[in-house]
Structures are given as C-alpha cells and as structure tokens.
Design a protein around this ligand. Structure first.
Ligand SMILES: [Zn+2]
Length: 384
C-alpha cells in the first residue's frame, strides 16, 4: 500500500496536502488535475487514509519535501489501525469512491439502464450528496473521491456546488480530473486545485522493471507515455509491446511505393484491439466501454506509436540530442530516417496527427489506414 510520503515525483501536491494536514484551515474540497496514470488516485486514497487513521504517524520533513521547512511536521496513515486496514481493503464505510458506473447500483431502474458516458446527477446525489449529509460511521471524518470528474454532467456539477462550498462537518471531497477545461468555473473555484505533473522517466522505468518488465521495454514505455506509470503498465499488460514491435518493423521496411497489405493489417488490428478493450471493460466489475470510444482510444495509441517513430527519425536526421523513444528498435528508426528527408519527416508527423480526427469521422477506416501507410512510405499529401 502506497502511503502518502511514499508518493514519488509529485512534491507540489504533497506539499499542499501536508500544509492542509498541519494547518487549522484544511481545505474540504480538492481538485487533483493531471494526466492519466501519474498518481492522482493513489495520492487521493493515501490522503484519505491519513484523514481516517486513528493514530497518524508524524515525522519532521528533514528535506523530504523541498518546498516545506526542514522542521515541518509531516503526517501519514499508520497503516496498522483498524481504520487503515479497512481503508486499504476498500471496505471503510467512511471512504467512498464515486465513479460513473455506480449508476448500475442505483435504486431507480431507469438510471441503471442508461448508457454511462457521463457522471450524472443521480450518481452524485445518491453516492455523494446524500451520504455526505449523514454522520460518519466510525469517527468524525468522511472522504469522497470522485474519479473522472471531467465527466461530471453540468446538472451533476450544479447539484454539487453547495456541498463543495460548505461540506457537512468532517467531510472531504477530492475530484480527480485530467483537464479542468471540462469543468464549470463555479466547480473549480470552490476547490483547492492541485496540479499533478508527469512522473520522472527514471522512476517510471524502475517501477516497471520492479514489476518484471524488461529494461529496454520499460525505457520504451516510459518514453512513449511521457511519464505515466499507470498508462505504461496498462499498455504493457495488454500485450501492446509485441504489437508496437511488429508495426515498427513493417513501417521500417516500407519502400516509397507503399505496401497494400499494411493498411489492411492496421485496420484489422485496430478493430481487434478495440474489441478486446470492450471485452476487458465488461469483465472488470462495473466497466462499460462503447465500441466507438474503444476504437478512438486504440487509434490514438497506434498513431502515437507510429508518430513517435517518425519524431525519433527526425531527431536522428537533424542530429538533435534528444532521447530516442524507440531505442529498442533503432534500426527501424534509422531506416525511416534514410527513406525520407527531414522536410518529409516533418510533413509525415503533421499528417499523422490529422488522421486521428479523420478516423473519428464517418470516413471509411480502411481508406484512412491506407493513407496512413502512404504517409509513412512517402509523406505524399493526404487523399482523404
Ligand atoms: Zn492508522
């Protein structure tokens, strides 16, 4: 279990939370903002356990968090008491995770059957506002962690304003979001906003290798995901490393004439991976993913893999001293750099970034992937 002071690479967040734990005026509504997989949820849960713990451990900062004085008293959960054990097991009655799929446990069948693309007002009322108004079960604290708060509907946010502004005594609400742009200004202004940045590359690599991922592969994922440990682990566990090696091998071998089979291969691969993602979401408790959304996510990943190889090739061709993401397949990157001039590489990168939008529109997928291959082979202008 990651306790609060074990969180790595998010010192700004830790400093803000520790100031709250040490001060008289502790914020009751937080908004954690940052990319997927950098520790927002882990931090929220560790902070929640610290609030619920009966004997939090305190120790002097002593340089652990640079932004705080050396003698600042840091706190974290003890990890031993009954509250810590229940919170770690996910069964603490005063720690509630709020997420859109809770709709399927709603007492109203109409809410249960609705497609869960947003975090709606019914879920917020039943699983946050109502329980926040009741007294705590075990002590004097209650914590609600709202996952994917970017998906809160406008009605849900409006219903939550009063609770965010003045939560019932002992109530803490933590909203987790990738971007604040999706939230109403009235929601944001009622929260203490904490930014989470990408994790240091070396940290992501060491955590991945600890989990049994080979070093070269760990380096690749850390580079591709830009410091998102969660995303790196997820993609690796889904077998995406073999997929990327295969794609890069084929893209490296392309000739300016293109490869008719590669477009078809990519189109089928996208369909298959999206189908797998939908099946995985179904198998996970409470998961729900539409095929359209799955296709969009898979497409973004495939285009990112291909695009990053072209950015690597441009780096090599222009002699830039930047770390190469596909260092594990340097030969393929060199082949791309030999095939296209730096100008054409830059054109290809730009075109690849446009395909994601095209694939999302009602354009025939096979035609788009054929064009992706033409871009990769010769960077000829788009034909769609
Ligand atoms: Zn404890």
């Amino acid at each position: 279990m990651t306790e609060l002071l074990d969180i790595v690479g998010q010192d700004e967040a830790l400093a803000r939370l520790q100031r709250g734990l040490g001060g008289q005026r502790r914020p009751h509504a937080w908004l954690f903002v940052g990319p997927v997989g950098v520790g927002k949820r882990t931090t929220a849960l560790a902070y929640a356990r610290t609030l619920l713990c009966k004997q939090p451990v305190r120790r002097p900062n002593d340089g652990r968090i640079e932004r705080l004085d050396r003698d600042f008293s840091l706190a974290q959960a003890c990890g031993q008491c009954e509250d810590c054990r229940m919170a770690a097991a996910g069964s603490h009655p005063d720690l509630q995770l709020v997420y859109k799929e809770l709709a399927q446990y709603h007492e109203d069948a109409n809410v249960r059957n609705r497609v869960m693309q947003e975090l709606g007002i019914d879920v917020i009322r039943s699983f946050l506002i109502a329980p926040a108004g009741r007294s705590s079960s075990r002590g004097d604290q209650k914590v609600f962690v709202v996952c994917e708060a970017d998906l809160l509907s406008t009605a849900a946010q409006n219903s939550l304003l009063k609770t965010l502004e003045e939560p019932p005594p002992g109530t803490t609400i933590i909203l987790l979001a990738q971007q604040v742009e999706e939230l109403l200004p009235t929601t944001i202004s009622r929260c203490s906003v904490v930014r989470f940045g990408p994790l240091p590359r070396e940290f992501v690599v060491s955590r991945l290798t600890e989990q049994g991922v080979e070093p070269a592969r760990a380096e690749f994922w850390a580079g591709l995901t830009g410091g998102s440990l969660g995303q790196a682990l997820r993609l690796d566990q889904q077998g995406m490393y073999d997929v990327k090696c295969d794609i890069l091998e084929r893209v490296g071998q392309l000739t300016p004439a293109g490869d008719a089979e590669l477009g078809e291969y990519l189109a089928k691969l996208m369909e298959k991976l999206a189908g797998d993602a939908v099946a995985r979401a179904k198998a996970e408790a409470g998961g729900d993913l539409s095929m359209n959304l799955a296709k969009r996510q898979v497409t973004a990943t495939l285009l990112e893999i291909i695009g990053s190889a072209f950015r690597d090739a441009l780096c090599l061709a222009s002699g830039a001293q930047l770390p190469v993401i596909h260092a594990d397949q340097r030969r393929c990157v060199e082949a791309i750099a030999r095939r296209l001039s730096p100008t054409h590489l830059a054109d290809a990168i730009e075109q690849l970034s446009e395909y994601e939008t095209l694939l999302w529109r009602n354009v025939n997928q096979k035609i788009v992937w054929d064009n992706v291959v033409i871009t990769c082979a010769s960077a000829a202008p788009l034909r769609v």
